[in-house]
Design a protein. Structure first.
Length: 150
């Protein structure tokens, strides 16, 4: 999964946990802890990828697969590196993993106001199907539930 400019997508390792936990704190109002991230990379149900360029982690993602269905649980990119294709590359990695493992149904939830993320997900065939009222906190906001079926 190499890209020009010494950048690539690879599976996340324990060596990445500190950088990813720092990104979590920057990108999310309710960040996952170092311990949760560490447990996740050892989970048989989760796959974590990082986007690394010139030795720096610029983004990461997590896909959980249970009973043949996938859930995009996290995707984060450092704010100064957004709109440069990092999120797309991370989505490509998750989608390739899903397709390679016979996962044809995928879901995710996203803040209603996060239009950039919603557009990204729509490009991958996700469709808004439901809303969870006041799902997010800090600030309070509805979650849009999106699915990609088949």
């Amino acid at each position: 999964m190499n890209a020009p400019g010494d950048a690539w997508i690879r599976r996340m390792t324990e060596n990445d946990l500190e950088a990813v936990a720092e990104m979590e704190a920057c990108c999310f109002s309710e960040p996952w802890s170092y311990g949760l991230l560490e447990a996740g990379i050892h989970s048989p149900y989760d796959v974590y990828y990082v986007f690394e360029q010139e030795g720096r982690i610029l983004g990461y993602c997590n896909l959980r697969v249970l009973a043949g269905e996938g859930e995009v649980q996290r995707i984060a990119v450092w704010p100064s590196f957004r709109r440069r294709g990092v999120g797309k590359r991370l989505m490509d990695a998750m989608m390739n993993f899903a397709f390679g493992n016979q996962v044809s149904v995928l879901s995710l939830e996203v803040r209603e106001s996060n239009e950039a993320a919603r557009r990204l997900y729509e490009r991958y065939g996700f469709v808004a199907e439901a809303v969870r009222k006041q799902y997010y906190h800090n600030p309070a906001e509805d979650a849009v539930i999106m699915w990609r079926r088949g």
